[in-house]
Ligand binder design. Structure first.
Ligand SMILES: Cc1cc2nc3c(=O)[nH]c(=O)nc-3n(C[C@H](O)[C@H](O)[C@H](O)COP(=O)(O)OP(=O)(O)OC[C@H]3O[C@@H](n4cnc5c(N)ncnc54)[C@H](O)[C@@H]3O)c2cc1C
Length: 349
């Protein structure tokens, strides 16, 4: 490598100490990383892991799905790998590989510009590509597992690369193998998606998409129309983390066995629910939180959003611990009221 190129690579990989993560988490929580490094290539990642074998590691993408309740006594590795390419195509489908550090929403917009379909309903979800499989992100009737083909990941302990197929990822509702069986063992470096080139399956049945399209007099929507509708709806419902710190839905919608739910429903006949299988129903956690009287409440700088009870917010200087306390208060109240446990979707660190 030429001297100056080598120097550039080294300076890129500089490890910083006592590094503020305030700008690296969408809650806008002030927490410090003992050490911090941004990674721009798979080789850099390998070097950092090899050179810091004995050090505790913490992987950071866009910081939009975590609540930092304390300083991180570890080497924070911020995955900033960039690039995307078509790796295969036929008349009907295209396989696109995207690097982990690319912004998910920018990628979705790019696919729509290429007239590649299937991701449009997941427009405007914050965060990076490499994290999309971790919790099988989803919105408006679509989940990443519907288009996911495989991902490449580096084994933290041995620096070997491993390919995870869709089946191996054990995807579930906001779940995958990366949150469970192999938690903290792999760093995802790229993801392959299979998208449509023709016969796009436009899905406007979920939420208010069809209402928004009708409002614009659109009867035969394109991918771009659906994406724009989703963006408009999301902007009207969810706070922009740049203006009000948050991490999207703080809780998962609880899934109950129909037999258990029927007993609760007899007591609370107005309770909303959706059938998700022969034996299970999903109850909207936002509805439960609203019934418990938390919507719009504020406790110091921590609070519950006024339009969306599922979203906890930081009004400025809340600590992660304060937001966590509010979340626990909500969980306990809901359990007392309805006998239902609601689980955090956000990773509490
Ligand atoms: C306003 C708002 C709206 C949202 N709406 C939705 C929504 O509709 N649907 C939805 O599913 N989510 C939603 N989210 C949550 C969030 O956007 C997604 O979970 C997103 O995929 C998180 O990506 P990230 O890169 O920011 O992850 P981070 O917060 O950086 O990381 C999340 C977890 O993954 C781990 N991780 C990060 N990168 C890697 C990697 N490369 N390899 C292995 N592990 C890694 C981290 O250690 C951490 O445990 C929303 C968030 C916000 C703020």
């Amino acid at each position: 490598m030429h001297d100056s190129t080598m120097q550039k690579a080294l300076s890129f990989m500089e490890i910083q100490h006592n590094f503020s993560l305030k700008k690296y988490n969408t809650f806008g929580i002030e927490a410090k990383a003992k050490q911090f490094v941004a990674i721009h290539s798979v080789q850099e990642l390998k070097n950092v892991l090899q050179e810091n074998k004995a050090t505790q590691k913490f992987i950071l993408g866009g910081g939009s799905n975590m609540l930092l309740t304390k300083d991180i006594d570890a080497l924070v590795i911020h995955i900033d790998l960039k690039g995307k390419k078509i790796i295969k195509e036929n008349d009907d489908f295209v396989w696109v590989e995207c690097q982990a550090g690319e912004s998910w929403h920018e990628f979705v917009l790019w696919t729509i510009d290429q007239n590649f379909g299937a991701l449009e309903n997941m427009s405007l979800i914050p965060g990076n590509i490499g994290t999309t499989p971790v919790q099988n992100i989803g919105a408006y009737g679509t989940e990443i597992k519907d288009t996911f083909v495989s991902c490449e990941a580096m084994t933290i302990a041995s620096q070997e690369m491993k390919t995870f197929t869709k089946e191996e990822c054990h995807f579930g509702y906001r779940e995958s193998i990366f949150k469970n069986e192999v938690k903290n063992q792999y760093i995802i470096t790229s993801v392959v998606f299979k998208l449509t080139k023709t016969n796009h399956k436009i899905n406007t049945s979920y939420g208010d998409i069809s209402v928004e399209l009708a409002r614009k007099n659109i009867t035969n929507p394109t991918l771009k129309d659906v994406s724009n509708a989703v963006i408009t709806i999301r902007k009207s419902k969810l706070p922009d983390p740049k203006q009000l710190g948050n991490s999207g839905s703080f809780f998962k919608n609880p899934i109950l066995l129909k037999s258990d739910f029927q007993k609760i429903h007899q007591q609370f006949p107005e309770m909303k629910y959706f059938d998700i299988s022969e034996t299970e129903v999903k109850v909207p956690a936002g509805w439960l939180i609203e019934q418990a009287g938390f919507k719009g409440k504020r406790f110091g700088d921590a609070g519950i959003h006024k339009n969306q009870a599922l979203v906890l917010v930081n009004y400025g200087n809340a600590t992660g611990q304060e937001i966590l306390n509010v979340s626990k208060d909500i969980q306990q109240t809901i359990f007392k009221m309805f006998g239902i446990h609601i689980e955090a979707e956000v990773n509490v660190i």
